[in-house]
Design a protein around this ligand. Structure first.
Ligand code: PGA
Length: 252
């Protein structure tokens, strides 16, 4: 059984920072953030930058690495794709699956998200399954229904053990990159719904699954979001590109 020290603080760099920029980021970040065993810090660089980040973080095994996406397939004629096996071989231990941009910009379906979660766990990696509603869905009162559907679909091919060892991130689509974060109460409300659903799937083991919040997190709002009930980590985009701000968030 895997256990992740909580909070889990995850930096989603998206399609930002090349190898040289990542190295400059790490100069700033590593000098400001000392290893701590009461939290898990994970960096998700571009897959092309993973090797450079891995090399630079070699002396810091407390920092974990991940990739932002993998293929539904294991290998073969899938030009441009990266497999979970390749991610594992390259030093990743986490994979973002079903991020809102994958779902909404690239049209990723629930079925593909489920297959990706399966590939990721087959190769010993931890999926960070992302779920979240659009503003229209929230206004129609469908938030609970939407996130539960995404959660159940996402884990549909996973064993009890694989579900127990995963991470789930609630990222409302309307909060991502907009500067409009969910309130700690909004985040808690949805996390309680997710926790109950996970308990329905794996019973007591649901407590082992860290529930992260993401969407316009910054150094100012991180502590109050982390203090909210059932919020056990943060998935951070924009603010994780600034080493000073990211170090502050990691220290929250
Ligand atoms: P943001 O992105 O922090 O820039 O809103 C979060 C995410 O997309 O994971």
């Amino acid at each position: 059984m895997r256990s992740h020290s909580r909070p889990v603080l995850a930096a989603n760099w998206k399609m930002n920072l090349g190898p040289a920029e990542a190295s400059a980021f790490l100069d700033g970040f590593l000098s400001r953030y000392a290893p701590r065993d009461d939290r898990t810090v994970v960096l998700f660089p571009s897959a092309l930058v993973l090797a450079a980040v891995r090399e630079r973080t070699q002396p810091r095994p407390d920092l974990r690495l991940g990739v932002q996406n993998v293929s539904t397939e294991d290998k073969g004629a899938f030009t441009g794709e990266n497999s979970a096996a390749q991610a594992a071989g390259a030093g990743a231990s986490f994979v973002l699956v079903g991020h809102s941009e994958r779902r909404h910009v690239f049209g990723e379906t629930d079925a593909q998200v489920a297959q990706k979660c399966a590939r990721v766990t087959e190769h010993g990696l931890v999926p960070v399954l992302c779920v979240g509603e659009t503003i229209e869905q929230r206004e129609r009162g469908e938030t609970g229904e939407v996130v539960l559907h995404q959660l159940r679909a996402g884990v549909s091919m996973l064993s009890h053990e694989a579900i127990r060892d995963m991470v789930v991130a609630y990222e409302p689509v309307w909060a991502i990159g907009t500067g409009r974060n969910a309130t700690p109460q909004d985040a808690s409300d949805v996390h309680l719904v997710l926790r109950a659903a996970l308990a329905g799937l794996v019973g007591e083991d649901a407590r082992a699954i860290p529930l992260l919040y993401g969407g316009s997190v910054n150094a100012k709002n991180a502590a109050s979001l982390l203090a909210a009930q059932e919020v056990e980590g943060l998935l951070v985009g924009g603010a994780s590109l600034d080493p000073v701000q990211w170090a502050e968030i990691c220290g929250s």
